[in-house]
Design a protein around this ligand. Structure first.
Ligand code: 5GP
Ligand code: ZN
Length: 132
């Protein structure tokens, strides 16, 4: 059983902030900002590409509710909502989870910025191929 399955089963303790039949949310053990929260489905899937859409939608709904709730308590100025899938994207626990990361200001210690460059632009033929 993976570490998050053990948390979902109550075999490993966590600081729960939300629980229902399908979804659990708890504070990250190693938070990158105050209130850094993980939202997981109780049923194992390796990452969000493997997780049924209804569960992803449910986790998104919980993230929205938690963000509204945290607004009143932690008073952040913004949030990230993201999921790392597979080692190349930095995934370290292979049970799908979404990070809800409150942001405070430029000095909250998290350096997370998209620095786009020309070299990542796709040629028009490849752009066309990407249309599903
Ligand atoms: P990833 O790198 O896979 O996107 O994120 C995994 C996250 O899980 C990390 O932020 C890490 O701190 C957190 N984490 C790993 N093990 C535990 C644990 O046992 N309990 C809690 N609460 N968080 C964990
Ligand atoms: Zn698992």
């Amino acid at each position: 059983m993976c570490v998050f399955c053990k948390i979902a089963a109550g075999e490993i303790p966590c600081t729960k902030v939300y629980e229902d039949e399908h979804v659990l949310a708890f504070l990250d053990i190693n938070p990158v900002t105050q209130g850094h929260t993980l939202i997981i489905p109780k049923k194992h899937a390796d990452d969000f590409t493997q997780c049924p859409s209804y569960l992803v939608a449910r986790m998104h709904g919980i993230a929205r509710k938690l963000a509204k709730h945290y607004d009143a308590i932690l008073k952040p100025k913004g949030y990230h909502f993201l999921s790392n899938a597979k080692p190349a994207a930095g995934q370290s626990v292979f049970h799908v989870h979404f990070h809800l990361i409150p942001r405070y200001d430029a000095t909250d210690g998290l350096d997370f910025a998209f620095r786009g460059t020309e070299r990542h632009k796709l040629d028009p033929a490849t752009q066309k191929k990407l249309h599903l």
